[in-house]
Design a protein around this ligand. Structure first.
Ligand SMILES: Nc1ncnc2c1ncn2[C@@H]1O[C@H](COP(=O)(O)OP(=O)(O)OP(=O)(O)O)[C@@H](O)[C@H]1O
Ligand SMILES: [Mg+2]
Length: 248
């Protein structure tokens, strides 16, 4: 049984249909990449899953349970976490405090004590290799470290499903490789299912077991990176658009 089961969802913003009849099943433990041109609806799809937006039609099930009408904080407690395309860390808090917030509001068994949240925060900072930076100010982290901080914060709620929106954009080659290894480790060691939006095609080919291509809010291809990248519809819709020069 899939851990996530999306059936016939639509999302309209006014007259604009941004997600158009998307049906998608994601298996427990999968690493699924979502790709597509700018404005295709990728971020909106993830926001619908975590309840930051509500679909205008269709059903989303998580672990067999209908989560479509639930508010975002309930969905987070049920075990779905997201790193948004434009993260908003708490600038006055330390690195550790930022991660502990993820434990406070994401935990499945009600809100933990402050001490327990800080302990979970330390554990997750160690997991992503930022334990030495725990007392530092957010501003002292570079882009790569900020992205890992966001991963730690999302993981602090102990999700079963992790949604990542372009967390590899703007990284250098070494940082990109470290990020690919980190996502794989999150799946392998924590058993977390990952859905991840990515523009860097080399990373998709290296990391994804399955790729879904969105174009104008519709899924136009679904398969292994190798087959999807060779699909003529994808070459036309996606790689054609990328030739316009938005790739990292
Ligand atoms: N809150 C909103 N209100 C109105 N329109 C929106 C809203 N959010 C997104 N859109 C529109 O929906 C479409 C899809 O946006 P979305 O952010 O999901 O695309 P995307 O595939 O993530 O693009 P990118 O690769 O640039 O991040 C765009 O046309 C966007 O302008
Ligand atoms: Mg987006």
């Amino acid at each position: 049984m899939p851990i996530l089961d999306i059936e016939g969802i639509d999302k309209r913003f006014g007259g604009l249909k941004v997600i158009d009849d998307v049906t998608l099943g994601v298996d427990d433990g999968e690493i699924l990449a979502v790709v597509g041109p700018n404005g295709a609806g990728k971020s909106t799809l993830l926001k619908l899953i975590v309840g930051l937006e509500e679909p205008t039609a269709g059903t989303i099930r998580f672990g067999g349970r209908d989560i479509t009408p639930l508010p975002a904080h309930r969905i987070r407690q049920l075990g779905i976490a997201m790193v948004e395309q434009t993260p908003r860390p708490f600038p006055t808090m330390t690195v550790l405090e930022n991660v502990a917030v993820g434990a406070l509001f994401g935990s499945p068994n009600g809100m933990p004590t402050e001490g327990a949240a800080l302990a979970t925060g330390e554990e997750m900072l160690t997991f992503v290799g930022l334990e030495d930076r725990k007392d530092d100010h957010i501003d002292s982290l570079n882009l790569h470290e900020q992205r890992f901080l966001e991963l730690a914060r999302a993981l602090a709620g102990r999700p079963r499903l992790l949604l990542l929106d372009e967390v590899m954009a703007g990284l250098n080659d070494a940082e990109l490789q470290a990020s690919i290894r980190m996502v794989r480790t999150i799946r392998d060691e924590l058993g977390v299912t990952v859905i991840w939006i990515e523009h860097v095609m080399a990373a998709v080919v290296e990391l994804a077991e399955r790729v879904v291509v969105l174009d104008f809010g519709r899924i136009i291809a679904d398969g292994t990176p190798e087959t999807v990248m060779r699909d003529p519809r994808v070459v036309e819709a996606y790689l054609g658009a990328m030739a316009g020069g938005t790739d990292a």
